[in-house]
Design a protein. Sequence first.
Length: 348
Amino acid sequence: MSSHSLDLRADTLHITKGRLTVLRYIARKAVGWFLMIAIATNLTYFLANAFLKPASNYTALRPPRTPAQINHSLALYNLNPDKPIIDRWWHWISQIVTHFDWGQSPTGGSVNDQVAYRIFVSGQLVLGATILSIVIGVGLGVYTASRQYKAADRVWQGISVLSFNTPSAVASLAVVLAAIALNQALGSTLLPVAGAQSPDVAGFWPVFGSRATHAILPTISLTFISYAGYHLLQRSLLLDHINSDYVRTARAKGLTRKQAIYRHGLRTSIIPVATQVAFAMPALFTGAVITETVFAWHGMGEYFTKTISTNDVHGVVAVAAFGALMTAIGAILADLVIVALDPRIRVS
């Protein structure tokens, strides 16, 4: 066998071993996170039952109902407070394990249906705004760090500081007012200011176009209040690496300052940004409640506040479980990004 064939075989074995190592790593992390999700979700179930009172949804009904009638109605949804909490928990967890049924609200609505629909609605805003925020924030971080203390750096820092301190309600209302003024100036509704889609559209492409058009304004609003954190963080981290030994060594080998920054400084300094993005995902899904309210989007943020205000035990637990799941996925993705960006971690 030739030396070339031996080298090729060795490279193939090395790649295969590396892939198996990554798969084992993902599996180990997934198991650990699954256990933490299970513990957090079950703990939330007991806390929700201790502090929320589903019976309050029936006390204002007319004609008034007796406590026995209220408990009978709640028993249909496994929410009867007279039933031992352990029995209610066992029925709830059994339904999840056997049928992936997260229960019902105190008035009979399916938690599964609500969460599935609202994840889809929020996902349209969160994913688009997150991608734009990362691209704009990291891009501005590199741009301003490479022009430290120059006019462009100071101007963009000022804009980002203003953005960072702007409440989401103010940003959303400003976007709405600007869109209304634009629509009035054009004499037509170029940018819809409310709802996830027009009620009179049908068919895949018309619905797709309507949803895309309706998502423009809330995406702009979320992006405006989100990008600044990535910009300021990336700028600060990159400035710490621009004058480091390995960047100076790269420049001594013939690379231009721009090439050294992009190939070496950015590769290392972007790692904390990737981690921040990963752990920000759950908050984006459930924390966009003000933006969703202003633009009349019925997403996870609105559902999160609704479940608390209506004492919806099963809904609150489902939202908490979804947040924990998103945190787990974000953490695993962040670790994989770090391994891909930092060769030292990959070797170890």
